[in-house]
Structures are given as C-alpha cells and as structure tokens.
Design a protein around this ligand. Structure first.
Ligand SMILES: Cc1cc2nc3c(=O)[nH]c(=O)nc-3n(C[C@H](O)[C@H](O)[C@H](O)COP(=O)(O)OP(=O)(O)OC[C@H]3O[C@@H](n4cnc5c(N)ncnc54)[C@H](O)[C@@H]3O)c2cc1C
Length: 390
C-alpha cells in the first residue's frame, strides 16, 4: 500500500473535526433538553412544540439545507449523527428529525424545482415540520399499489384518498403525498405532491396508539377533493415512484442510525446499572456471565455501527449503497432489539417497570424492523443482489 492510499483509507468510525463538534453538540442537547422529558413524552404520547422549536434553534431540522436557504449547510452524515445521538436518549425525537431530514428535505433538495426550494426550504429549516406520506391501508410493502387519486383540473390537481401511518402527522405543516394520476399505468402513474396543512380538503385524521416510539405521532391523512397547485408537483409527473424509491433508500440509513443510537443508549444504561446494583455482596457487573453478556452487546453495537456508517459514507461518496443500506437496517434493528432486551434482563424487575428507562427502549426497538421497508423486504433487496437478479 502506498502512503497515499493509506491516508485515504480513513477508519469508518473516525469522525472529521466538524462531525465531532456537531455530534457533541447534539449529544449535549439531548442529555440536557430531552432526557428530562422522555418519560412524560412517552406517557402523553406527544412531543411538546417547545421541544420541536428548540430542535429548529439547534439547526438540526434543516441539516442539509444550504445556508443560502437558511439551513445548516451540513451533510447526510451529519443527519445520521444527529439521528443516532437523539435516539440514544429518545428514538421518538430521533425519528421526527430523521423524517424531516432524510426523507422530506432530501426529496426537496433532489427533486424540487428552484421555485419549490425557494418556497419551502427556508421554512423547513426554520419552523415547518415535514411528513412523508406514501403508505395506505391496503398498500404497505406493496407501496406502489396505492390508490390515492390525483385528477388534473386546470392549473391544479385534485387529490382524493387516505394515507395511513404518517410519522409527524400531528406536528407537520408540509406533507409529501404520493398519489396516482392514472391507476391503469401502475407505478408509472405515481406522482409526488407537496400538500400544505392549510389546503382545502386536507385534514389529519386519527392518531395511532402505539407499542413504542409513542411520542412520535403516527396519523391518518384524509384528502377530500384537495386542490394542489400544479407548481406543487415534486419532481416529474409519473415519476413519483423514483422519488419514493430513492428517498427511502437513503431514509433507511437514517433508521439504521436510529437503531444504533437506541442500542447504544440501552447498553449505556445496562453498564451503569450493573456497576451499581449489588447482589451476593458485589456489583452484578463483577459476575463474568454478566460481563460476557455486556461484551457481546458491545460487539453487536460496534458491528451495527460499522454497517450504518459504511452505508452513509457510501451514499455521501456517490457510490452505490442500496444493498449496504438494506444490510444496515436489517442488522441494526435486530441488534437494537437484542441489546434493549438484554438491558431489560440485566435491570431485573426494574427492567420491567416504567420508572427505569430500558422497558421503553425495548418497546421502541421493534419499529426498526417494520417501517421504511420491513426486514423481509430488506432481505429481498440483499438476496436479489446476492443472486445476481438485482
Ligand atoms: C410507527 C409507524 C410509522 C410509520 N411512518 C410512515 C411514514 O411516515 N410514511 C409512510 O408512508 N409510511 C409509514 N409507515 C408505514 C410503514 O412503512 C409500513 O407499515 C411498512 O412498510 C409495512 O407495511 P404494512 O404495515 O402494510 O405491512 P405489510 O406490507 O402488510 O406486511 C406484513 C408482513 O408481511 C411481510 N411481507 C409483505 N410482503 C412480503 C413479501 N413480498 N415477501 C415477504 N414478506 C412480505 C412483511 O415483511 C410483514 O412482515 C409507518 C408505520 C408505522 C408502524
């Protein structure tokens, strides 16, 4: 190896100076501003607007928005670090920031016209929460079987249908809504529209009562003859499937980040508790069986982190990352579930009650295997590549 290649082969977990500063600022914020609210937010199934405002002030609601639009001018990797650090403390806040950055802003940056960017990016960086509405009651994994209909009418499209499971539904003022302009055209009819909460015919319906990430709102959206100006088509007519596929491919690296953050949070709690809790006259961390369980969790967390950072770095380097993103999501969500489960075990009875933080992380971990493409769908992507049919 030449000196030059050695210098370029930077270790995956070594962060650049700006990344360290950024990560540390999000970490400090999460500890000081989010940690005290976690239990209350879970119990009330709500993230207070005052906290959302503070996320905006910190600059993490518009991480990749260029400074010329009032954003932070950061990178995709910064977004991954923010989601990880927030999720270490509360995966509900992690996913709010994740959807805003890796789905909504990402889609606008890539597919928005100059006019769309001028109109919406400054607001998204300053005060407007965004949501991403693809799923419907009868189309989840088979997302392109969606039935929300968009009919052309003069200088607008009129949208009718219902969306389900939409993260940030309660907080959002801007929704990327996928609808079909022609059901007979299959996926080629799908088009992405930017729908403002105030548009006539648009309303937010029922909020789901969930197992985990309870503070993150998950809502139904109702579109009844909702008139959307033609200028609010995001990307090209009939190319919405491309917008959806490409943003979700990147978004699932964000879910990987949410899951490694959660796993690190759970491990941190387990280490602290086992050093404190005494049985048989000594700290339970002194038992080798417990040490090995903690060590195994650390192995898994390290491996999952490498898969997430690798996918994120590949994406940032404009290299193919589809399989790596699927790998990072499958693996990190399984690791999060296992590590959170171990933390519950190591807390004993205290692991099973709400007074301690780990039962919540255990509940929160489950979602990683479901949204932004279930684990089965990720495995399908990996298998296609493996078998040469991808
Ligand atoms: C908390 C939460 C937040 C969400 N946020 C959003 C959001 O912001 N925006 C949005 O658009 N959607 C969102 N979703 C929807 C989410 O993406 C879907 O729930 C997910 O894609 C799965 O779809 P489904 O629920 O219809 O399950 P189904 O597609 O019905 O899947 C059920 C089971 O069948 C398996 N399965 C399905 N097809 C296959 C196949 N071909 N091969 C093997 N197994 C298969 C799945 O893996 C799964 O185990 C959210 C969901 C939840 C629960």
């Amino acid at each position: 190896m030449t000196q030059e290649t050695a210098e370029h082969a930077s270790p995956l977990t070594v962060l650049a100076e700006d990344e360290i500063i950024f990560r540390d600022s999000v970490r400090a914020f999460a500890e000081a501003q989010i940690r005290p609210l976690v239990r209350e937010m879970d119990e009330h199934a709500k993230i207070p607007r005052s906290l959302v405002d503070r996320l905006f002030e910190l600059g993490i609601m518009g991480i990749e928005v260029p400074e010329s639009y009032g954003g932070s001018g950061g990178t995709f990797f910064h977004a991954v670090l923010a989601v990880e650090e927030l999720s270490r403390v509360d995966p509900s806040v992690g996913v709010l920031v994740d959807v805003q950055n890796t789905l909504v802003i990402n889609a606008l940056l890539r597919w928005g016209s100059d006019e769309v960017k001028r109109r919406y990016l400054p607001a998204l960086a300053a005060k407007t929460v965004g949501a991403y509405a693809l799923s419907e009651a009868a189309s989840g994994s088979d997302a392109f079987a969606l039935t929300t209909r968009a009919r052309e009418d003069g200088d607008a499209y009129v949208l009718t249908g219902r969306k389900l499971w939409i993260t940030n539904g309660n907080e959002a003022d801007l929704f990327i809504v996928f609808a079909t302009i022609n059901p007979d055209a299959g996926y080629r009819g799908i088009t992405a529209f930017l729908v403002e909460r105030g548009f006539q015919g648009f309303s937010v319906g029922r909020k789901e009562d969930k197992l985990g990430i309870r503070a993150s709102s998950t809502c139904e959206l109702i579109l009844e003859d909702c008139r959307v100006p033609r200028a609010n088509v995001l990307g090209e007519i009939g190319k919405g499937y491309k917008t959806a596929i490409e943003t979700l491919n990147e978004g699932r690296i964000g879910i990987g980040a949410q899951m490694i953050g959660l796993a690190k949070g759970a491990l941190q709690h387990a280490v602290a508790y086992t050093k404190e809790r005494k049985q048989f006259g000594k700290a339970i961390a002194e038992f080798q069986a417990v040490q090995h369980q903690l060590a195994r969790a650390a192995v898994e967390v390290e491996a999952a982190t490498l898969t997430v950072y690798n996918a994120a770095r590949l994406r940032e380097a404009n290299r193919p990352f589809l399989t790596e993103a699927a790998i990072c999501k499958v693996f990190s969500s399984e690791v999060a579930e296992r590590v959170a489960s171990l933390a519950v075990n190591l807390f004993g009875g205290n692991g099973f009650v709400k007074e301690y933080p780990v039962e919540k992380l255990y509940r929160d971990a489950k979602i990683g295997q479901i949204y932004e493409g279930t684990s089965n769908l990720q495995l399908q992507t990996i298998a296609k590549q493996l078998l040469g049919s991808g």
